[in-house]
Design a protein around this ligand. Structure first.
Ligand code: NAD
Length: 352
């Protein structure tokens, strides 16, 4: 056993089908009387329903959450929260909506009660992001960690197959990088292994039977574990590359799925123990190849070229991702990272 540091983050988790009914009691627990409900425009109906159920406890709704939290949206939502005299934010949605709640909490210290409806995992992390002038900056601050998280798998039944698959692989990516994190620890590794197991078993059923509650519950359980792993362990080359590609306008969850097997191949020999753990969770040999096969079976796009990456941008992405050093099992170098991105661009199965 290597020396390690474990820093448990405080959050209260309520998990189960129908658990959204506990929202009023959970608001009481936080001492909140004027909740501001947040969503994307696409999920406005969900917060309208929640607002109806909350009655006078709902101070208002704001439905302009957008991917990567544009600063102007964050500032507009902060203004609305102030004007309504909100004393809590309830986020109903994926990472974009949770991210907007975090932007409000960062400057106001309003508590967040998160109701995640994808597998992105942001609800379990103290990580926030804000995008200004096309540049996304991220930071860590325990003030943005949601105080309470309600995981209700019934709210995930409407998540389309393609997004379910990509979002689930985004969660698996958190687990994989936690397993070889420079600051990992044995508890987080257990959670990461179990997260990969739960998600990889559930996702093939989820994409075939969107309303299979058992598979949806297992996937959301895996997403919770993945979110904890993301919040607790430092991420490496894979997350760095996805962050860079996100700056080029590529969609978040799909980028994660496409890059993951290639980032794993890059790190395979330098992170042998992590790869063994992934193989154990997947019950398959050759971790990078097995992840690629899982994604192929889920019908996920496998080429960066499929999701809008321009060939001319590959070299620039490799340069940005390698210009400053950061911890990664294998040394991060321009040439090999360029090769990784070319493989991901063309969607080749990682070499065994
Ligand atoms: P998202 O939140 O952008 O959601 C994608 C789309 O799916 C949206 O239109 C949304 O309204 C819709 N949607 C969500 N749940 C649905 C459901 N159950 N039914 C139908 N439609 C639904 O996507 P995401 O992948 O969850 O989040 C991506 C964002 O989260 C990125 O900006 C990423 O950087 C951020 N993120 C942050 C962290 C963190 O720790 N800070 C972690 C993971 C992701």
């Amino acid at each position: 056993m290597q020396p390690f540091l474990y820093n448990g983050l405080p959050s209260r988790v309520i998990f189960g089908a129908g658990s959204i009914a506990q929202l009023p009691a959970e608001l009481d627990r936080l001492g909140a009387k004027r909740a501001l409900l947040l969503s994307t425009p696409e999920q406005k109906n969900s917060i309208d329903e929640v607002a109806k159920a909350l009655g006078a406890r709902c101070a208002g709704t704001y439905d302009k959450a957008a991917m990567h939290v544009p600063l102007e949206v964050a500032e507009d939502a902060r203004r609305v929260a102030r004007e309504l005299g909100a004393d809590c934010c309830v986020t109903v949605g994926g990472g974009s909506t949770t991210g907007l709640g975090k932007a409000i909490a960062l400057t106001s210290t309003l508590p967040i009660l998160a109701v995640p409806t994808t597998y992105a995992g942001s609800e379990m992390t103290p990580i926030y992001g804000l995008t200004e002038g096309g540049l996304k900056k991220t930071g860590r601050d325990v003030r943005v960690l949601p105080k309470t998280v309600i995981y209700d798998p019934l709210l995930t039944l409407s998540l389309p197959a393609a997004l379910s698959a990509a979002s689930g692989m985004n969660a698996i990516a958190h687990c994989v990088e936690a397993l070889y994190a420079h600051d990992g620890n044995p508890i987080i590794s257990l959670m990461a292994e179990e997260g990969i197991r739960a998600l990889s078993k559930a996702l093939p059923t989820v994409v075939k039977e969107l309303e299979n509650l058992e598979a949806r519950s297992d996937a959301l359980y895996g997403a919770w574990l993945a979110g904890v792993a993301l919040g607790a362990a430092g991420m490496a080359l894979h997350h760095k590359l996805c962050h860079v590609l996100g700056g080029f306008g590529l969609p978040h969850a799909e980028t994660h799925s496409i890059v993951l097997p290639h980032a794993m191949r890059y790190n395979r020999d330098a992170a042998a123990d992590a790869m063994r753990r992934v193989e154990k969770s997947l019950e398959k040999k050759d971790a990078p190849g097995a992840v690629w096969d899982l994604e192929k079976g889920l019908g996920i796009p496998l080429r960066l070229s499929d999701i809008g990456m321009k060939e001319a941008d590959i070299e620039r992405a490799a340069r940005i991702a390698t210009e400053a050093p950061y911890p990664n099992p294998r040394k991060v170098e321009y040439g090999p990272v360029l090769g990784l991105l070319k493989d991901a661009y063309e969607g080749r199965r990682p070499a065994a």
